[in-house]
Design a protein around this ligand. Structure first.
Ligand SMILES: Nc1ccn([C@@H]2O[C@H](COP(=O)(O)OP(=O)(O)OP(=O)(O)O)[C@@H](O)[C@H]2O)c(=O)n1
Ligand SMILES: [Mg+2]
Length: 395
């Protein structure tokens, strides 16, 4: 049994000792079969949420109506969900009611794709009523049962299909693909936050080119925030070397640059990104544009800082634009005479005492000029040199 399953095994054993069924399910089972790194380990059980809570000392009730209890073991969290057959769905996103059931097969039957509908018992034996293992062998993403039903139950699954294509490089089964074409408009009913998570995972996958090509073929992007009618731009995104990018922020910056988006803030807000991320992404875009305009300069390195400069180098690489080497940027940055205004050899109070003038707008303007000259290497960062320069340059 793989290491990530060993600790949560005690959850399964405890549940079984008390007469319940319990299995590993979801992405962890899929990934162990594929041989991918395993993320969260989820458990499905016949025990009701209150029964699960009674058996473990540390639990968090995530949502009694969805039957999910988090069991905390040695600081690690495991989602334990009661077998369920979800009732009627309202608005294509959330089940209006959940019916708890005793059958594992019925629980697996309501899951999205066959590769995600495999259960594993504590002995490592697989229970696979929908042939998920075969789909993994054939590298196919196919819904469990009728695609239309799975997508109308939860429209987010259409985005999940594309994100699994990007992460795994699998083919989208024909009927599943046709159903996405037909039902993509249902994505309008899904919360943006959930879509953003899947979209970011899609952009970060090793097979993102394949996923974006499918996105264009199915037209899913027409129902994503700010991407209506942007098939051509997305094709450009697909053709760039996204693997060169390291951070989520760089992916968004690349998207904005390709879209030639004038209203970056409004676009990113539509995706409900945090204000902090929005700031960082916009700063990276601005740095990229500054380098495109002026080439690399000490002033740009100083203004945008090392991290942003490295964002720009990676964006250049993603676009296939010749750029400066990472090391060269780092060394240049280290060699800058100052890295912030704090390191400037003079302060506002010095300027006031030398000139005998009171503070005012002139003060910050003069400090800014000195800062520029020092950064550009035209003026030494020393009090005497700066005093001399002021004498020659002040009206
Ligand atoms: N809209 C959804 C979301 C999830 N699931 C089911 O719940 C499992 C766990 O969901 P989640 O953790 O969101 O996705 P994973 O498939 O586990 O992918 P990851 O490894 O990225 O967590 C899925 O495998 C799938 O069986 C589903 O049927 N429909
Ligand atoms: Mg998971």
């Amino acid at each position: 049994m793989n290491e990530p399953f060993i600790r949560p095994m005690t959850i399964i054993e405890t549940l079984e000792q008390h007469g319940h069924e319990a299995y590993f399910v979801g992405g962890a089972v899929r990934d162990v079969i594929i041989g991918r790194e395993i993320g969260d380990v989820d458990i499905a059980t016949s025990a009701k949420p209150e029964e699960v809570m009674a058996l473990f000392s540390k639990t968090i009730l995530v949502g009694i109506e969805h039957g999910t209890v988090v069991v905390v073991l040695d600081g690690e969290q495991y989602e334990v969900t009661t077998f369920r057959a979800e009732g009627e769905y309202e608005d294509f996103r959330r089940p209006a009611s959940v019916q708890f059931i005793t059958s594992l097969t019925a629980d697996l039957e309501r899951r999205d794709f066959t590769i995600n509908a495999i259960a594993m018992n504590k002995d490592g034996e697989l229970l696979d009523p929908f042939n998920g293992q075969q789909a993994i062998k054939d590298r196919i993403i196919c819904t469990v049962g009728e695609a239309k039903e799975r997508f109308t139950e939860d429209a987010l699954r259409m985005m999940r299909a594309l994100r699994f294509v990007s992460q795994l490089g699998f083919q989208l089964e024909d009927r599943t693909k046709e159903a996405i074409k037909e039902h993509k408009s249902l994505l309008q009913h899904v919360s943006v936050e959930r879509i953003t998570i899947e979209f970011e995972k899609m952009l970060s996958g090793p097979f993102v080119k394949k996923a974006i090509t499918l996105m264009n073929e199915t037209g899913v992007h027409d129902f994503l925030p700010g991407l209506y009618g942007s098939a051509r731009s997305l094709a450009k995104v697909a053709n760039s070397h996204l693997g060169e990018l390291k951070e989520q922020n760089e992916l968004w910056a690349l998207l904005l640059l390709v879209l030639e988006e004038a209203e970056c803030t409004a676009f990113l807000k539509k995706w409900k990104l945090s204000n902090r991320s929005i700031k960082e992404i916009e700063f990276a875009v601005a740095a990229f544009e500054a380098v495109s305009r002026d080439g690399w300069t000490a002033q740009i390195l100083y203004t945008y800082g090392l991290e942003r400069a490295l964002n720009v180098v990676r964006l250049h690489r993603a676009f296939g634009i010749a750029s400066i080497q990472f090391n060269a940027v780092k060394e240049w940055y280290d060699r800058l005479p100052i890295h912030s205004l704090k390191e400037l050899a003079v302060k506002g109070t010095d300027l006031m005492s030398w000139s005998g003038k009171k503070g005012g707008p002139w003060l910050s303007e003069t400090l800014q000029l000195i800062e520029q000259e020092v950064v550009a290497g035209r003026l030494q960062n020393e009090q005497s040199a700066i005093k001399e320069w002021l004498k020659c340059n002040q009206q």
